[in-house]
Design a protein around this ligand. Structure first.
Ligand SMILES: *Cc1c(COP(=O)(O)O)cnc(C)c1O
Length: 357
């Protein structure tokens, strides 16, 4: 994965202006970034935060997750998805994933719901939208809110709607290697604008900006989770180039989808056709992933599995259970380079290497 930054002649004047403006903490740049990001990606009520993990923590608390609460979730993700459930005091309950694309299996999610379940955590893993129609139906039947972890899926859509707008909460990450980076940062999209005030207080010590500090009364625990103006400036400049960057991920992903389907022993991810993936990572399924990985490495191409199924961490050990769909997916998984830095020649070389084996 590579860090995407705008050219210095575009970025540095904007950063310099903010850095020496005398206003570097949360302020106007942050609010401008929130409006611009939300407008660009079709999200309604959006708050910028210090990280995606912070936004996940906020979503969970706003969803009513606390000590004793269970959250049905996927182990096939980056660790922050599930660490945030522990931050909120909840317990992750693992549902199985679809062996075709590694996103949650709605039938398995339904089976894991108990009277202690307070939320469903859905991850659009590697940028492939999860089976939202079925997952939202499961949530509706059980009366549960859905949190979408969109950290891999900026720009992806499902049934024509942007990810992050389908569930009650949408979480984005602007960490170093995500599609859009502010060095570190994140955002929380809220389905219910009535929760904006609570969410704002949650991200800033439980207080509201603009209220006299001698008068303000903290009624619920808050954190230091705000974004600052320097990160927001970076975000605003990044938005200028984001469409071309996202389009390159998608063009590479579609190229592989077409080319690799024809190679025996390899299969592109079998994703829900209602979804338009963002292809943050390219999910290739192989009869022999070690062999395919070696063929690429021999030609200087880095290919690997990028995450460890979270339930295999000691910390999550007590919550372990059998997940046959995940085992099948993970055994066959290989992520191959797909990002904005992969040009036409490189992607053709990757396909040729995989064909020759
Ligand atoms: C990157 C990531 C996060 C956390 O984002 P940070 O901004 O690094 O806190 C959450 N979930 C997933 C799936 C991620 O990849």
């Amino acid at each position: 994965m590579k860090v995407a930054l705008p050219p210095p002649e575009t970025l540095l004047p904007a950063l310099q202006a903010t850095l020496y403006s005398g206003m570097i903490a949360e302020g106007e740049q942050v609010y401008r970034f929130e409006t611009a990001f939300a407008g660009h990606f079709g999200l309604a009520s959006l708050l910028a935060m210090s990280s995606g993990t912070a936004a996940l923590h906020a979503a969970l608390v706003l969803a009513g997750v606390g000590p004793g609460a269970e959250v049905v979730t996927t182990p096939m993700t980056a660790e922050p998805t599930n660490l945030a459930i522990l931050h909120a005091g909840g317990t992750p309950v693992w549902a199985d994933v679809d062996p075709g694309d590694g996103t949650l299996d709605p039938g398995s999610v339904r089976e894991r719901i108990t009277d202690r379940t307070r939320a469903l955590m859905v991850v659009h893993y590697a940028g492939y939208p999860a089976r939202m129609a079925e997952l939202l139906a499961v949530a509706r039947d059980a009366g549960l809110p859905v949190i979408e972890d969109c950290a891999h899926a900026l720009g992806a859509t499902y049934g024509g709607a942007p990810v992050g707008s389908l569930g009650q909460y949408g979480v984005f990450s602007f960490q170093a290697i995500k599609h859009l980076t502010t060095v570190d940062g994140g955002a929380l999209a809220l389905g219910d604008p009535g929760q904006l005030t609570r969410a704002r207080a949650f991200r800033w010590f439980g207080m509201l900006k603009g209220v006299d500090r001698a008068e303000v009364d903290i009624t619920a625990l808050g954190y230091k989770y705000n974004m600052h103006n320097v990160a927001a400036t970076l975000g605003l400049v990044q938005l200028g180039g984001i469409d071309a960057l996202l389009a390159r991920h998608v063009a590479n992903g579609r190229f592989y989808d077409a080319e690799l389907a024809r190679i025996p022993g390899l299969a592109p991810a079998a994703f829900d056709p209602r979804g338009r993936p963002a292809y943050w990572l390219y999910t290739l399924l192989c009869d022999d992933p070690e062999d395919a990985g070696r063929a690429l490495q021999a030609r200087g191409v880095a290919a690997a599995k990028l995450h460890k199924p979270n339930h295999r961490h000691t910390l999550f050990g007590p919550m372990a259970r059998e997940l046959p769909g995940l085992e099948r997916f993970y055994r066959r998984l290989l992520h191959i380079p797909c990002g904005w830095w992969v040009d036409d020649e490189s992607r053709q070389r990757i396909v040729d290497a995989l064909r020759k084996g």
